[in-house]
Design a binder for this molecule. Structure first.
Ligand code: GUN
Length: 288
């Protein structure tokens, strides 16, 4: 039997429509949520992500501004910009698009963002908060995956979740979010010996390796939930995920497509975190 295909685009549209009301309520109370995005250099993929983030903000009524720096900008210039944004009452969320050029120290930059404005959830304090079950902001991509599981009423407690990928943006926070919901979690990488031995035991399999179609049908347990976070461009220009979608959909119980799966949910969760930051500011809630 063919898997149920989780439509991330449709889900993103429906949750954004719900959140528009939260934005309207905030505006009535005198607070328009505001997001500042910092981008350094001219990485084409990053520029596209930033344009999509700005567009999504305007669609739900969130104010956004982009601070673009040249590739050869200094870290001090970017830190000055973040310091000013930390003090700006119209800005509730600050996001530094990654990757930064090699001469930047990622942690120096990210930890200069005020904890209560760190809508990516990448600040070391926020990572510690997640690990200890006191989350302030969930990192956007794994947060989107959790919403996809929840909206499809997929049980997590007691399930074996296998995450392939150990990045700070997806793999690690994903594992802790699943653990927090009671899953038994195994973290693998694309280099794990006998990877299929782990994946074949997964009730929930999350793949975030950046290796096109590396998860094949023989690696998946019949009926498993397969979440593909990968987005890879093939030599013919087409996009594909880290999962061999056509073959795995015949085995899995649920599967996310690429494009149109996890991708649209990532930006949606950024909007959610920005609204949450504005709601906390409006209510005078102290964070950290
Ligand atoms: N680069 C790739 N994904 C992300 C993300 O979720 N946030 C930021 N800031 N940069 C990214």
């Amino acid at each position: 039997m063919s898997a149920h295909i989780i439509d991330g685009k449709k889900l993103a549209e429906s949750v954004r429509a719900e959140w528009k009301m939260r934005v309207e309520k905030l505006i009535q109370l005198g607070t328009k949520p505001g997001l500042a995005v910092i981008i350094v250099g001219d990485n084409a993929a990053s520029s596209l992500y930033v344009r999509n983030k700005v567009k999504a903000c305007s669609e739900v009524g969130i104010y956004s501004e982009v601070h673009s720096f040249q590739q050869n900008a200094t870290q001090a210039e970017v830190l000055d910009c973040i310091r000013a944004l930390n003090q700006n009452p119209h800005i509730h969320g600050i996001l530094v698009q990654l990757p930064l050029p090699a001469h930047f120290e990622n942690n120096r930059v990210i930890t200069s963002i005020a904890i209560e404005k760190d809508v990516d959830g990448f600040h070391l304090y926020n990572v510690g908060a997640l690990v200890t079950g006191n989350t302030i902001f969930f990192a956007c991509t794994p947060f989107g995956v959790m919403v996809m599981l929840e909206k499809n009423q997929i049980p997590i407690e007691g399930q074996h979740a296998v995450v392939i990928g150990r990045s700070n943006i997806v793999g690690k926070p994903m594992a802790f979010m699943l653990l927090d919901k009671g899953a038994t979690v195994t973290i693998c990488t694309s280099k794990t010996r006998n990877l299929a031995q782990f994946t074949r035991d997964a009730d929930i399999l999350v793949v975030a390796t950046g290796k096109p179609r590396m998860v094949t049908a023989d690696m998946v347990k019949p009926g498993a939930v397969v979440i593909d976070v990968g987005i890879n461009r093939l030599p013919d220009g087409k996009l594909c995920g880290d999962v061999d979608f056509d073959a795995v959909k015949e085995i899995a119980g649920f599967i996310t497509p690429v494009p149109g799966g996890v991708g649209p949910m990532t930006i949606t969760m950024l909007l959610c975190n920005t609204i949450l930051a504005a709601e906390r500011a409006q209510a005078g809630i102290q964070i950290g």
